[in-house]
Design a binder for this molecule. Structure first.
Ligand code: ZN
Length: 353
């Protein structure tokens, strides 16, 4: 394979240098051949190929993309007939080192202005999520209010209510030691306890980009923000949680329900755990109520194109009187955020087992 023409006289020293150089070249070439490769067949996607080869997509997706980025089609699809390298399975330390628990009398506090004056100070209650990174994205924002309902002559805008629940969830997760990124951000709203959340248009996308009105551009912007952060947090446990409020006919009352991307088993498991948590909470707090939440896959831009496993949550129907109580009362918004936190903690515990 290699042919060298050396102009130098072969003194003893030079000879040794050449041997070393050839040795390095040979070992490099052996190393590059260590990647197993596959040829993409009809119907193959990154998720299915990784799974078929015993590589959990949650851990190896970014490496796969990294190794093959020049050969991927649109939205990281595989092109039939092309050869792709598979990531090398890492041998990891099996024991996950638990961080020390927070001493009971420690008063560790952090301040995040995004939560507003009343809630900006957070006391860390535990470290159970200290190895987890969450991207929380509330629906719409900026020039786009999302679904708009009405109650007592007041407008209820999806983006404001989804944002408030998302902020409450972010705070809950930080209390448990998690690293949390709010993807959609409002510089001056904070967590609000009013029933009617005043609609505004000043939300931005992480870190501080104005949100475009065009839907495709808006979804792309949020997804890009998540994927950039995902690369920065490479190797860590990462999840994306997207929160919306649905809009249906006034008569249709719906419980909190969940979507996942059809390729993502990890996202599906998370959605199921969240649904089960809601079922248990309702059974305990309102035994005769019942709970009709569901988990289904759906082709949604953000969860399809984001690298971290993700779940998409609909909080209810913004037009239905009973569902509206779930958003307009701040205690209920907090309860929803608490239940989501409990489901997320549960999912994390299952994932690291
Ligand atoms: Zn929405």
């Amino acid at each position: 394979m290699f042919s060298f023409t050396f102009q130098l006289p072969f003194g003893r020293k030079t000879y040794r240098t050449v041997i070393i150089a050839v040795f390095i070249l040979l070992s490099l070439s052996t190393f590059s051949q260590e990647y197993k490769t596959i040829k993409a067949q009809k119907g193959d996607g990154i998720y299915s190929v990784l799974k078929q080869n015993g590589l959990p997509p949650a851990e190896y997706l970014d490496q796969f993309i990294e190794l093959n980025k020049t050969k991927l089609g649109k939205d990281n699809s595989l092109i039939i007939g092309k050869t792709y390298r598979l990531p090398v399975i890492e041998t990891k330390n099996i024991a996950i080192q638990e961080p020390p628990p927070v001493a009971e009398n420690s008063q560790e506090k952090i301040v995040y202005e995004i939560f507003g004056n009343k809630y900006k100070e957070i006391t860390i209650k535990s470290r159970e999520l200290s190895k987890a990174v969450y991207y929380l994205m509330s629906g719409h924002g900026g020039p786009d209010p999302g679904a708009v309902g009405k109650l007592y002559g007041q407008l209820l805008c999806e983006d404001e209510y989804a944002y408030d629940v998302t902020l409450r969830l972010a705070r809950n997760l930080i209390e448990r030691g998690a690293t949390v990124y709010m993807i959609i951000r409002d510089p001056n709203d904070g967590i609000r306890d009013e029933q009617f959340l005043k609609p505004d248009k000043d939300e931005v996308c992480f870190p501080n980009s104005p949100i475009p009105l065009n839907q495709v551009a808006r979804l792309h912007q949020g997804t890009e923000a998540v994927n950039k952060l995902y690369a920065q947090n490479k190797g860590k446990y990462q999840r994306l949680v997207v929160i919306h409020v649905d809009s249906r006919s006034q008569k249709e009352n719906i419980d909190v329900f969940f979507y996942h991307d059809k390729r993502s088993d990890t996202g599906k498991k998370m959605a199921i755990t969240l649904k089960e948590t809601f079922g248990q909470k309702y059974a305990r707090h309102q035994p005769n109520r019942g709970y009709g939440g569901s988990v289904t896959d759906r082709n949604l831009y953000v969860i399809k194109n984001s690298f971290p496993p993700s779940v998409f949550i609909e909080l209810g129907n913004i037009n239905h009187t009973r569902d509206q109580q779930r958003f307009i009362l701040s205690d209920n918004r907090q309860a929803v955020a608490n239940w989501l936190r409990d489901g997320i903690v549960e999912d994390y515990k299952k994932s690291i087992k």
